[in-house]
Design a protein around this ligand. Sequence first.
Ligand SMILES: [Zn+2]
Length: 309
Amino acid sequence: MVKQSITIQKKKSFTFFEKWIIFGIILAIIFFLISYFSQKDFFSKKEPILETPKTEMRTLPPDVKKELQTKPASISATLRVPILMYHYVEYVQDKKDTIRQSLDIQPYTFEQQIKTLLTAGYTFITAKDLGDVLDGKTQLPSKPVILTFDDGHWDLATDVLPILKKYNIHVTAYIVPGFIGTNSDSLTSKEMQEIVDSGLIDIGAHTVHHISLKGQPLARVQYEVDESKTMLEQEYHLKVYSFAYPYGSFDQQAINVVKQAGFTTAASTIPGIVQNQQNRFFLYRLRPGYRTGQVLLKYLSQNIFGAYN
Ligand SMILES: [Zn+2]
């Protein structure tokens, strides 16, 4: 009797129909988990999201604000162009180098960010292209984004350039010509030449000695700005159109000198997404940090209008 009842129970618990129901439930749970984690971008949250160091200028200096108030806002189009700011893109060897680590994006993450932007339909333009758009020489693509690299570290040649070549991406690099080939942290002349020859990098200037321009004597600002352009143009036989202020530090005098030197745009470290005639000499930028996937896209689509707009 006992044996018989066990056999009957076994037969009842695994019918063909029930197996399909269980399979269906498991499948539904898997789909739910996948969609939950992809929306939350769970995997990219493993890494910290880097924020702007406190030393960088994040708001407009008073004299620039005052100057803007004297000029009514132009009716020219306001462009939504996220400009992402990078410093180091490498696998940092010295774990005690906290400054380097705080400014670093690992090459793997950088590549993920490029994949995210490409998949979402972004077009990579340069700061020079943006200057041409503001001058009415060319039109903006539908979803523009600009990647910028400050200082001219060696990883631009060893880690960034191979990824740019792989995806045929154009970017802007703000180089400190006084550093090239002079210290172990910067590009060598050979590496710099390789970057120029790639044709993928809009070479911008970032002063001769990486100094803060705010409040400096006019002659010093003129030397640092003018000479950084001339040095790069003469040494590498190119035209330099783009400028970035070291530490994001500028004032109205610095803006005037940059304009007079013939640059068509200058990048600040003020967070924002909107670029126009008013801020073309202090373009707003964003730090992507370790954001990838939906988190990065959401970051770029939010309303960060910058200090002035
Ligand atoms: Zn810098």
